[in-house]
Design a protein. Sequence first.
Length: 393
Amino acid sequence: MHILIAPGGFKESLSSAELAQAMQRGVKRVLPQAQTTLLPLTDGGEGFTQTLVEATGGRIFRCSVVGPVGQRVEAHYGVLGDGETGVLEMAAAAGLRLVPKAQRNPLRTTTYGVGQLIRALLEKPQIKRILIGCGDSGTNDGGMGMAQALGVRFLDAEGFELEFGGGALVNLAEIDLSGLHPRVGQVEVVAACNIHNLLLGERGVARVFGPQKGATPEIVETLELGLARLAYHLLKQQGIYYGDLPGSGASGGLGTGLMAFLGATLKPWTEVVGPLVGLEQHLRKADLVITGEGRLDATTLTGKVPHWVAQQARALGKPVLALGGSLGPGWQNLHQQGLDWVGSILPYPASLEEAMQRAEDWAADAIAQAMRLLELGKVLAQQPLAHEAMVLR
């Protein structure tokens, strides 16, 4: 049996590569002779850079940048195997895991470090294209910090520059582009994101994702007001309304900043990742596919890794097992979308903290249990049913 293991990650717990390795251990515990291929996947969040660099034979570069709460963090970016395409994930510089729980206030968190990663690639003359993964963000500043790092000035009514954070946008009176990095416009920028995320409104990023980043209801309204003010000034300056453009709310509104200040094209992450990692070719060789993500629920069908894998596998007639850190409302409907088995790593009711700490071992255990069910199915398939045995007698 050839098993393809192609999961996303467990946010703030296991990277997609770590989860794939844990799943492999579970498989080998029960099926030691099975052939396994590990294909860690990413929807633009953590692991985006590593996944694409490894898939193309590229190189990772390390650097220190300003983190989401103003601290220095060690981040990274990459250059793909063609030598002309740069790649980075915003989570490396402004991800939620970089925001200490006691400091989770999206009024203040910034994407400044993301701009520093972009600047590092712009200053490599051989780079003609930059791929940016949007996901797992800890920010809600509309990409203001990113743009500030590239020379854009955001000014209040008295001409003073705004401080970091989405909360400062409520005082935005002018956007000065005169200092924008000279290579912006000369390098193609493509952002891989969930295009279902919008900047403003009931489906807007502040209301949908703000609470996950520490926003109270009052903070959510302030963030919404600030992003609306950003959208107003961009409309006045460029004649484009970004509030409801597909992907405009990606990574706390970074999608808007990338489009407005870098001329970026926003694409579903599947269109960026798929051709580079060769999912279809791997699926054709597989007898069974294992995937997963941190939480399997109704939102899994809105552009998440397991749904994409299931869609591709179903087209080729391949069975798919999906493992989640937990199961949420709507997980039962996933069986209708090409996920033949859906399960959780939890062996018993546990706190989120315990589940995150023990995720690696529990993931291996859960996959081992799934493989035992698979072996049981094979035994049953080889035995005559009870009524057939009676006929034979």
